[in-house]
Design a protein around this ligand. Structure first.
Ligand code: PLP
Length: 407
């Protein structure tokens, strides 16, 4: 690291909390100096000192075309020249909504927000109003942003009330949040049996992407769909990562399982800050101004973010082979990594679905959150550092997904 970067890092720590605006960017779990991104171009991300890295983080998912694709940037410049925010509805909001609703199985109405956190928090509020019930179920290891009721310790025992993983929450903030084990139907059934008639919704990442990557066990999503329907609870797919990543019809289309509500972010903003929640019209009709559930946002439906989102979705639509190529790129790397780990006798497993993947340093097959927690995070730290020395940038945490971009 050169002196200029060292000085900049020191300065950033004086003015930003921990030098960052999102904790993972501090690189604490890999114990390295953080990257300070100054430029992104295609596959490359440039550090403050000019070092280019091959980037597998891709801003944690949004950059499906790589950094600053020309066709998105061109649209953004044109949109910015007409105004950066209006505080009134603009045509792009409707145009992006049209595209998302046409692509997302069963969704009839949508509300744009500014982040994934806002999307999940608001979806749950609507689900509670619709069902008249208070409790929700989430799965351990699934991340749905940082609203109070969703900051529940992963790994909490089944049937127990959630224990918040963050300080600063009012007492009882997570009492209505039940935690189930992912890929474990009997556990979920037991929660429903104990809280008969009380559960408003089950919220889940259809493919876990925030504990590393863990696809659902065969049939699990269908089983969750069945039990939620039977018990009168809504099923919310949080497609913050999987939306338009597993395929143009998101995880719902990919697995053929239609939730009652979905939340989206990342790719639908084409690299700008966006979130969205939507679902069946009768559920969404609970949201203000149609219904009694309040939720609004000064910058929601921002014309620049909507424009970038439209460009991104149109880019995906125009390139029907893109998902195969994203998967092929990830698969090529996954196979090469597996081969090398095997050759050198390193106990590691590559977990992949389409263009999202990661490496767990364990020789066991990874099927659950508990298996992931048993992986060797120290080995990941050493691997991260070795790869960074080769100018290959992986997520600075074992528990994040790696992403391929359009090759
Ligand atoms: N939901 C999922 C599945 C996510 O991956 C994330 C963030 O990574 C969120 C929600 C929260 O989104 P945001 O960081 O935009 O608040």
């Amino acid at each position: 690291m050169d002196n200029k970067k060292r000085e900049w890092l020191e300065h950033s720590k004086k003015v930003l909390v921990g030098g960052v605006n999102s904790p993972v960017r501090a690189f604490r779990s890999v114990d390295c100096a953080p990257v300070i991104a100054t430029k992104g171009e295609g596959a490359l991300l440039y550090d403050f000192d000019g070092t280019p890295y091959i980037d597998y983080v891709m801003s944690y998912g949004p950059l499906i075309f790589g950094h600053s694709p020309d066709f998105v940037v061109k649209e953004l410049i044109a949109a910015a020249q007409k105004g950066t925010t209006f505080g009134f509805t603009c045509p792009q909001e409707v145009e992006l909504a049209d595209r998302i609703l046409a692509a997302y199985p069963g969704a009839e109405m949508i509300r744009m927000v500014n982040s994934g956190t806002e999307a999940t928090m608001s979806a749950i509020r609507a689900a509670r109003a619709y069902t008249g019930r208070a409790k929700i179920v989430k799965f351990e290891g699934h991340y749905h942003g940082h609203s109070d009721g969703l900051l529940v310790k992963s790994g909490s025992g089944l049937l127990s009330h959630g224990v918040p993983t963050s300080e600063g929450l009012p007492p009882g903030a997570a009492d209505a949040t039940m935690v189930a084990a992912y890929n474990d139907l009997p556990g979920l059934e037991a929660i429903f049996a104990e809280h008969e008639g009380e559960i408003a919704a089950v919220i889940m990442e259809p493919v876990a992407g925030n504990m590393g990557v863990l696809p659902p066990a065969a049939g699990f999503l269908e089983q969750v769909r069945e039990i939620t329907r039977e018990k009168g609870a809504l099923l919310i797919f949080d497609e913050g990562i999987t939306g338009f990543r597993l395929g143009y019809h998101s995880a719902a289309g990919y697995f053929g399982v239609e939730p009652d509500m979905m939340t989206l972010g990342k790719i639908i903003g084409g690299g700008l800050p966006v979130g969205a929640y939507g679902g069946k019209a009768d559920v969404m009709a609970k949201v203000s101004p149609l219904g009694p559930v309040y939720q609004g946002g000064t910058l929601s439906g921002n014309p620049l973010a909507m424009t970038a989102g439209i460009a991104a979705l149109d880019g995906l639509k125009k390139d029907p082979g893109i998902y195969d190529r994203l998967a092929a790129a990830a698969s090529f790397l996954a196979a090469a990594l597996s081969d090398s780990f095997g050759r050198y006798g390193i106990p590691a497993t590559v977990s992949r679905i389409e263009g999202m993947f990661c490496v767990f340093f364990t020789k066991e097959t990874v099927k659950s959150y508990a298996d992931i927690m048993a992986a060797d995070t120290g080995a990941y730290r050493r691997f991260f550092e070795g790869m960074a020395r080769q100018q290959i940038l992986l997520p600075p945490s074992q528990f994040e997904a790696w992403f391929s971009r359009r090759p």
